[in-house]
Design a binder for this molecule. Structure first.
Ligand code: PBG
Length: 324
């Protein structure tokens, strides 16, 4: 052969050992966060039809869940709540004995080292399903929502959340949360902002699981248009300027280019959320025998890491960690 390098790639893929030595991307359970839905008044578990293999959990399930995650080497859990009752102001989100506040205390008792991340949003707690308060005309009122978002973050931090993660997408929420945390003496609580959160069809199964679909309209006014990249980067820079410690891109697979661009733009940790629709799509194809499930999961999570995510939030966390 004229070019001696011509067979290099074959040589470097010849055995599992060589492939391991030249592998560029590492995926371990230590990179994963597992999202969980906690339901008030539920004892035991209730399957989520649109997310095969995922359940809503009662408070009585959480100690065992925490121990399982710890045993699997998964360091983080992300909490969403289904409250006993909903109202126009999303009171359940910032109630001292709200469902996620209670869940956090149970988890911290069972496994103090588990990183508990509280999702900060009103949509699971409002009777209209929007992420903020509504004006009489039915528009989401950005500024009057901010104090409630900040109050939610403080109550989650007081309950013991290590990280608060605002997903409501109101402008100015990161600054409002940081200021409220600091003045409440909670300066040690980290803030992971859903900075580049797209208005995505892939949240469908989540909205069924969390009963948080908007009763009218959609979220296009406060979530990023899927056609836009620069706008997402601007959201990231804004959130960092307001005091975010880490930023998130969401969903993950349709936005791997955004994960890469954010990774190249900033030096803080980047999280990516492999969302409910991505999960359910893979599960549906696997259930039909159309793809090799274990390989598809591994490839999915590895790709998200390769794109530049430090942290991968995924409903596949436990099954992937178990199958290693
Ligand atoms: C709440 C929130 C949503 C998700 C996380 N936080 C839904 C939404 O914006 O409608 C979606 C997560 C998933 O699909 O797994 N604002």
């Amino acid at each position: 052969m004229e070019n001696p390098d011509f067979r290099r790639h074959r040589r470097l893929r010849r055995t599992a050992g060589i492939r391991s030595l030249v592998r560029e991307t590492e995926l371990t359970p230590g990179h994963l966060v597992y999202p969980v839905f906690v339901q008030a008044g539920l004892s035991g578990r209730a399957p989520i039809a649109a997310m095969p293999g995922q359940d809503r959990l009662g408070l009585d399930q959480l100690a065992a869940e925490a121990r399982e995650l710890t045993a699997l080497g998964i360091p983080g859990i992300l909490l969403f709540g289904l409250p006993a009752a909903k109202d126009a102001r999303g009171t359940g989100a910032y109630a001292r004995d709200g469902i996620v506040q209670q869940a956090t205390r149970v988890l911290k008792d069972a496994a103090p080292e588990l990183v508990v991340i509280g999702d900060v949003c009103l949509c699971e707690y409002t009777d209209h399903g929007h992420c903020g308060l509504l004006t009489p005309a039915g528009e989401v009122d950005n500024d009057s929502t901010l104090p409630l978002i900040a109050e939610t973050a403080v109550s989650l931090a007081e309950a013991g959340c290590d990280i608060v993660a605002p997903s409501d997408m109101m402008d100015g929420r990161v600054r409002a949360i940081r200021q409220s945390l600091d003045s409440a003496g909670l300066s040690g609580t980290a803030l992971l902002s859903y900075a580049a959160k797209y208005a995505s069809a892939f949240y469908g199964p989540f909205r069924e699981a969390a009963e948080s679909a908007p009763a009218f309209g959609d979220r296009r006014g406060y979530q990023v248009d899927p056609a836009n990249a620069r706008m997402a980067l601007d959201e990231v820079l804004t959130d960092l300027a307001e005091g975010a410690d880490m930023v998130m891109v969401k969903p993950a697979l349709p936005y791997l280019d955004i994960i890469r661009q954010v990774r190249d733009l900033v030096d803080v940790p980047v999280a990516a959320y492999n969302v409910s629709g991505e999960y359910s799509m893979l599960k549906a194809a696997a259930a039909n025998g159309w793809i090799d499930e274990a390989r598809a999961i591994d490839e999915t999570l590895t790709s998200i890491r390769r794109a530049g995510a430090d942290i991968v939030i995924t409903y596949h966390a436990k099954e992937w960690a178990r199958s290693r």
